[in-house]
Design a protein around this ligand. Sequence first.
Ligand code: SF4
Length: 193
Amino acid sequence: MTWMLPVTDLKQWAYCPRVIFFTYLMPGLRPLTFKMEAGIAAHEREGRRERRRSGRLYGLPEAQRIEDVALQSERLGLSGRMDLVLRLEDRAWPVDYKLSRRIGIAAHFKLQLAAYGLLLEDAWDVTSDQGFLYSIPHRRAEAIRFTPRLRKKVLHVVEAIRSSIDDQRMPPPTSQRGRCVNCEFRRFCNDIF
Ligand code: SF4
């Protein structure tokens, strides 16, 4: 059986591939930092608030709201847990919460959301043509279309992560060196500092 890759790993890979590499090959190394703990708590608080709102927030008042959906697909080799799924007949749309205050949506958030869409299509036999990123600080939802290019990228990243871990081959670092400043794996990236 194929080992299941958590969808959240795709987002992290797009942020910096090496973080995923180190996390798998040096398990137990990564501490749960205060920032991460605060983020998880805020995510849970806002999740409870958002659940009281209707599908109108997403322009889909008729849609059924299904919370905390865990799925896996052996065909895709992916598993994931969605905060919320909106469903209307044979269509379904994942909703993910975003804690960042930055305006605009970074590519790694889109990648994760599209992976959830592919999981829904595979597991529920529905069409998932878009998803929603709900910004916790701004209390606003933004639709992301799952274009053929974005779908292809999901499959490509899944393959890249698998081969990097299976072959124990260190991937290239992020090109955005600002991300390295507070990185807990910084001491292992001697080749770039
Ligand atoms: S130090 Fe930079 S390149 Fe190395 S793992 Fe961290 S973010 Fe990635």
